[in-house]
Design a protein around this ligand. Sequence first.
Ligand code: SF4
Ligand code: SF4
Length: 174
Amino acid sequence: MRAVLSRPKLVDQIAPKIKPKSRTHPKRPAIHKLEIVSILLRVSAEVAGKIDCTKCANCCKEMGPRLSKRDVGTISQFLGFTPEMVVSKYLKERKDKAGEYLASKIPCPFLKKNRCSIYKVRPKGCKSYPHIKNAESILRLVDIAGKSSICPIIAGVMDQLKAEISNTLRSPQK
Ligand code: SF4
Ligand code: SF4
């Protein structure tokens, strides 16, 4: 599901969103959240670079996509179907969110031989998975951490991040 992680100037985007004195814990030595973001970006690129998503596809097997009407339109054009045909063949409307869709079954019906059969037009959420590529997502990482039992990239990032943050906390403060 993953696209290759790049290292754009995310730190510059994130910096203004972080309060200058924010700490990981009020009683612990200061470590600026921006330091954690920097570590996270570097570790994410390192971990993702070692994992071949085409041999995993766990996110497609375990969670499947969330689709907007626009996603459905794009996929229907790609497949040469009408949007209604795509919905009836592959999807179901979300009960809790009108106008959004989920796969009708899991594993995702677009997954064929461990590859996404609509890769070029896959939904926005699939493109950005595992959601560690933009400022908002990084700041929501705590929520994503709950998925580490499914996604080996997330699990690897969490492990390494934890180790590196605790090393930083043990280092003398400048
Ligand atoms: S679960 Fe993670 S590692 Fe596996 S295919 Fe999805 S993004 Fe890649
Ligand atoms: S649409 Fe493609 S990338 Fe998204 S869950 Fe299905 S198979 Fe995976």
